[in-house]
Design a protein around this ligand. Structure first.
Ligand code: GLY
Ligand code: MN
Ligand code: MN
Length: 433
């Protein structure tokens, strides 16, 4: 559980970095209609969640350094017994102060009235420029109103993107964030183990998808993204999400799925034989990907550039493809010509956190950024073999990805998702059990 103190510290740090004479403004995610009167499940905006811990729509956070009657201000829906009978409980103004640690709270309906006043004597307004067109517009309107109404003020001169400050802060995880990520990883690994045990001849992608969702839901964890449950050749469609086909008895099943806990995501991929035993060619390819993953994880250490683990994976995959006869020529030649791209067309990882593809720069001043303790990245090499005439028949249409969530530590990389095996013998044993 992330404490109200931690949320308050995050807001404090952001204010300090934005400097005096700054106002920071962020809005909650709106509810979204799916069709008719039915909504999509509500998911708070990750930036707003990071700074407030609030999972309600119709709220705005304003941070104003030096404001006498409180610096951390939340606008939100008031308690309303009639509405709460239909839609469930609301935190309300008192809850914002007592439970979220805000200094001050106002009804969301008073936003237009109060916000221009918070801009007085500000030089900068920080917000996520371009993220929410409605908020972009309202910030200009508030500033114009302040200019029109006050005789001695031009209103804040500068509207600044909050993104660099906030996303840099989100990139390095706190102890409690890592705890939440371990929990998401543990539930996601349990779901993946269930999927392995449920698969077998005669099953289909939909049944396996239901196993995943059952395990997430009973643990109170929503899926972090649409899972990929891809049997046989479907695994070569990188963003396959139909998940509705019968499984080939002698094929592989690639699953890429994870849930979130308190907003923090896990992201796991495993590939295993539907019938519980890898064929020779399946195992040959699988072991190339696994060796690439091991080589890559070993590079996830403080002081290493982010790109180092991708380079390690590419080198191991390329050598494996040469050994299996899928690429010809020398390692150096294949690497410099990037011939691996025919079989491996994505990067080896991405930051992980409140977003599955989490925020934070990968490059700084045109250099790969250096890993630091408590950054979390996925490591997910794969191979996707097409059905070209030059490919031996037994390798055609095989797609394999192995993905784990790795924390940078002072010491050995911590694999958050080690609760589900990657070793082919261990996978076969689990499927038999
Ligand atoms: N599940 C999306 C990804 O692996 O990046
Ligand atoms: Mn991923
Ligand atoms: Mn994934």
């Amino acid at each position: 559980m992330i404490s109200p103190d931690e949320f308050a510290r995050r807001r404090q740090r952001l204010m300090t970095e934005a400097g005096d004479e700054s106002l920071i403004v962020l809005a909650a995610a709106p509810e979204k209609l799916r069709n008719g009167d039915s909504h999509y499940p509500y998911r708070q905006d990750s930036d707003f969640l990071y700074l407030t811990g609030l999972s309600e729509p119709e709220a705005v956070l304003a941070l104003r350094r030096g404001r006498d009657s409180g610096e951390q201000i939340l606008f939100l829906r008031e308690r309303d017994p009639d509405r709460e009978r239909w839609d469930g409980p609301r935190l309300g103004l008192e809850g914002a102060i007592n439970q979220l640690g805000m200094d001050d709270a106002f009804p969301i309906g008073d936003l237009d009235e109060i916000l221009p006043g918070l801009m007085e004597r500000c030089r900068h307004i920080y917000h996520l420029v371009g993220k929410d067109a409605q908020l972009d517009r309202r910030i200009i309107d508030w500033r114009n109103r302040l200019r029109a109404e006050s005789r001695d003020s031009h209103g804040p001169g500068e509207i600044v993107s909050l993104e660099p400050l906030l996303h840099e802060q989100r990139l390095v995880k706190s102890r409690d964030e890592i705890r939440a990520m371990r929990r998401a990883a543990k539930v996601s690994a349990a779901a993946m183990r269930r999927a392995m045990q449920a698969a077998g001849p005669g099953t289909n992608e939909a049944v396996i998808t239901a196993e995943l969702f059952h395990e997430y839901t009973r643990n109170g964890c929503p899926p972090a993204y649409l899972p990929i449950v891809a049997g046989g050749a479907n695994a070569c469609v990188l963003h396959y999400i139909a998940n509705d086909q019968p499984l080939p008895d002698d094929g592989l099943l690639l699953i890429d799925a994870g849930c979130e806990f308190q907003g923090y995501a896990a992201d796991i991929s495993r590939t295993f034989p539907v019938n519980g035993r890898f064929s020779g060619p399946q195992r040959d390819l699988y072991e190339v990907v696994l060796a690439a993953q091991h080589a890559a994880i070993d590079q996830v250490r403080p002081g290493k550039p982010f790109e180092a683990f991708h380079e390690a994976a590419v080198e191991a995959l390329t050598q494996g493809l040469i050994d299996l006869g899928l690429l010809q020529g020398s390692l150096d030649e294949n690497l410099s010509q990037e011939h691996f791209r025919r079989f491996y067309m994505h990067k080896t990882g991405h930051w992980l956190g409140l977003d599955v593809h989490d925020v934070g720069d990968y490059r700084i001043d045109e250099q790969s950024r250096v890993l630091e303790k408590n950054m979390v990245t996925t490591v997910e090499p794969g191979l996707y073999v097409d059905a070209g005439e030059d490919i031996p028949e037994y390798f055609r249409n095989i797609g394999i990805r192995i993905e784990d969530d790795i924390r940078v530590t002072d010491d050995e990389p911590e694999n958050l998702t080690s609760g589900v095996p990657t070793d082919p013998d261990e996978i076969e044993a689990l499927m038999r059990s």
